[in-house]
Design a protein around this ligand. Structure first.
Ligand SMILES: [Zn+2]
Ligand SMILES: [Zn+2]
Length: 160
Protein backbone atom coordinates (compact mmCIF):
# COMPACT_ATOMS: atom_id res chain seq x y z
CA UNK A 1 0.00 0.00 0.00
CA UNK A 2 1.22 3.45 -0.94
CA UNK A 3 2.29 5.55 2.02
CA UNK A 4 -0.04 8.45 2.66
CA UNK A 5 1.60 11.87 2.74
CA UNK A 6 1.75 13.74 6.03
CA UNK A 7 -0.18 16.92 6.71
CA UNK A 8 1.54 19.29 9.10
CA UNK A 9 0.46 22.59 10.51
CA UNK A 10 -0.07 24.68 13.58
CA UNK A 11 -1.05 27.97 15.11
CA UNK A 12 0.26 31.46 14.40
CA UNK A 13 2.63 31.62 17.39
CA UNK A 14 4.06 28.13 16.90
CA UNK A 15 3.10 26.76 20.34
CA UNK A 16 0.58 24.30 18.88
CA UNK A 17 1.65 21.90 16.15
CA UNK A 18 -0.24 19.02 14.61
CA UNK A 19 0.45 16.15 12.29
CA UNK A 20 -1.89 13.86 10.40
CA UNK A 21 -1.82 11.53 7.43
CA UNK A 22 -3.65 12.65 4.32
CA UNK A 23 -6.58 10.22 4.10
CA UNK A 24 -7.81 11.61 0.77
CA UNK A 25 -10.34 14.09 2.12
CA UNK A 26 -10.55 17.28 0.07
CA UNK A 27 -10.69 20.80 1.51
CA UNK A 28 -14.07 22.55 1.13
CA UNK A 29 -15.55 25.91 1.99
CA UNK A 30 -18.52 26.42 4.30
CA UNK A 31 -20.35 29.72 3.88
CA UNK A 32 -22.84 29.24 6.74
CA UNK A 33 -23.36 32.14 9.07
CA UNK A 34 -21.98 30.17 12.01
CA UNK A 35 -18.68 29.61 10.21
CA UNK A 36 -18.57 33.25 9.10
CA UNK A 37 -18.95 34.41 12.67
CA UNK A 38 -16.65 31.84 14.27
CA UNK A 39 -13.93 32.50 11.70
CA UNK A 40 -14.50 36.26 11.83
CA UNK A 41 -14.32 35.98 8.05
CA UNK A 42 -16.31 35.26 4.90
CA UNK A 43 -16.22 31.45 5.10
CA UNK A 44 -14.46 28.51 6.70
CA UNK A 45 -12.01 26.28 4.86
CA UNK A 46 -12.16 22.77 6.32
CA UNK A 47 -10.49 19.44 5.72
CA UNK A 48 -11.05 16.10 7.40
CA UNK A 49 -8.40 13.70 8.60
CA UNK A 50 -8.86 10.44 10.50
CA UNK A 51 -8.86 10.98 14.26
CA UNK A 52 -6.67 7.88 14.57
CA UNK A 53 -4.00 9.53 12.39
CA UNK A 54 -4.10 12.91 14.12
CA UNK A 55 -1.79 14.13 16.85
CA UNK A 56 -1.40 17.60 18.30
CA UNK A 57 1.09 19.06 20.76
CA UNK A 58 1.04 22.29 22.76
CA UNK A 59 -1.35 23.93 25.21
CA UNK A 60 -4.87 24.36 23.82
CA UNK A 61 -8.23 25.72 24.91
CA UNK A 62 -11.65 24.45 23.83
CA UNK A 63 -15.00 25.99 22.95
CA UNK A 64 -18.25 24.15 22.19
CA UNK A 65 -20.88 25.31 19.71
CA UNK A 66 -23.94 23.89 17.96
CA UNK A 67 -23.41 23.78 14.20
CA UNK A 68 -26.00 24.78 11.62
CA UNK A 69 -26.78 21.07 11.18
CA UNK A 70 -27.42 20.66 14.93
CA UNK A 71 -24.19 18.77 15.67
CA UNK A 72 -22.17 19.59 18.75
CA UNK A 73 -18.78 20.83 17.63
CA UNK A 74 -15.76 21.35 19.86
CA UNK A 75 -13.26 23.91 18.61
CA UNK A 76 -9.66 23.68 19.74
CA UNK A 77 -7.43 26.75 19.71
CA UNK A 78 -3.92 27.61 20.82
CA UNK A 79 -4.12 28.76 24.45
CA UNK A 80 -1.54 31.48 23.76
CA UNK A 81 -2.50 33.04 20.39
CA UNK A 82 -6.09 31.67 20.06
CA UNK A 83 -5.61 30.45 16.49
CA UNK A 84 -8.40 27.90 15.99
CA UNK A 85 -6.61 24.85 14.71
CA UNK A 86 -9.16 22.03 14.49
CA UNK A 87 -12.65 20.92 15.42
CA UNK A 88 -14.30 17.66 16.46
CA UNK A 89 -17.93 16.93 15.56
CA UNK A 90 -19.92 14.58 17.80
CA UNK A 91 -21.67 13.07 14.74
CA UNK A 92 -18.38 12.15 13.06
CA UNK A 93 -16.30 10.83 15.95
CA UNK A 94 -13.79 9.10 13.65
CA UNK A 95 -12.80 12.38 12.00
CA UNK A 96 -11.01 15.55 12.97
CA UNK A 97 -11.57 18.69 10.92
CA UNK A 98 -8.51 20.86 10.53
CA UNK A 99 -8.76 24.51 9.58
CA UNK A 100 -7.09 24.35 6.19
CA UNK A 101 -5.47 27.76 6.71
CA UNK A 102 -3.38 26.29 9.53
CA UNK A 103 -1.65 23.81 7.22
CA UNK A 104 1.97 24.65 6.51
CA UNK A 105 1.17 24.30 2.80
CA UNK A 106 -2.17 26.13 2.95
CA UNK A 107 -1.42 28.51 0.05
CA UNK A 108 -1.64 25.48 -2.24
CA UNK A 109 -5.11 24.47 -0.99
CA UNK A 110 -8.29 25.37 -2.83
CA UNK A 111 -11.83 24.23 -1.97
CA UNK A 112 -13.14 21.24 -3.93
CA UNK A 113 -16.74 22.32 -3.28
CA UNK A 114 -18.77 24.93 -1.45
CA UNK A 115 -21.68 24.49 0.98
CA UNK A 116 -24.26 26.89 2.42
CA UNK A 117 -23.98 29.29 -0.50
CA UNK A 118 -27.45 30.56 0.49
CA UNK A 119 -25.62 32.73 3.04
CA UNK A 120 -22.49 33.31 0.96
CA UNK A 121 -21.27 36.89 0.99
CA UNK A 122 -22.43 38.67 -2.18
CA UNK A 123 -18.99 39.75 -3.39
CA UNK A 124 -17.81 36.15 -3.81
CA UNK A 125 -17.86 34.85 -7.38
CA UNK A 126 -17.41 31.07 -7.35
CA UNK A 127 -15.65 29.30 -10.23
CA UNK A 128 -18.31 27.59 -12.34
CA UNK A 129 -16.62 24.18 -12.40
CA UNK A 130 -16.64 23.74 -8.61
CA UNK A 131 -19.76 22.12 -7.10
CA UNK A 132 -21.76 24.41 -4.84
CA UNK A 133 -24.75 23.68 -2.58
CA UNK A 134 -27.20 26.14 -1.10
CA UNK A 135 -27.29 24.14 2.15
CA UNK A 136 -25.78 21.03 3.69
CA UNK A 137 -25.56 17.99 1.37
CA UNK A 138 -26.90 14.82 2.99
CA UNK A 139 -24.26 12.71 4.71
CA UNK A 140 -23.82 10.18 1.87
CA UNK A 141 -23.42 12.94 -0.72
CA UNK A 142 -21.09 14.88 1.54
CA UNK A 143 -18.89 11.80 2.01
CA UNK A 144 -18.78 11.26 -1.76
CA UNK A 145 -17.80 14.89 -2.39
CA UNK A 146 -15.30 15.14 0.40
CA UNK A 147 -13.60 11.86 -0.36
CA UNK A 148 -14.13 10.91 -4.02
CA UNK A 149 -11.68 8.03 -3.67
CA UNK A 150 -14.40 6.10 -1.85
CA UNK A 151 -15.22 4.91 1.60
CA UNK A 152 -12.63 4.81 4.32
CA UNK A 153 -12.37 1.42 5.92
CA UNK A 154 -13.81 1.50 9.42
CA UNK A 155 -15.47 4.87 8.93
CA UNK A 156 -19.23 4.91 9.46
CA UNK A 157 -21.04 6.36 6.44
CA UNK A 158 -24.25 6.86 8.40
CA UNK A 159 -24.65 9.92 10.59
CA UNK A 160 -24.97 9.14 14.28
ZN1 LIG B 1 -0.33 29.82 19.15
ZN1 LIG C 1 -20.34 26.35 8.32
Amino acid sequence: MEARPAIEGGCACGAVRYRALDAGFLPYACHCQGCQRRQGSAFALNQQVLAADFSCTGATTQGRVTSVSGAQVTHTACAACLTRVYTANDRRPDLVTIRTGTRDDSPQMSPAFHIWTSSMQPWIDLPGHVPAFTGQPDEAEWLHLVRPAGEVEGLAAEPR
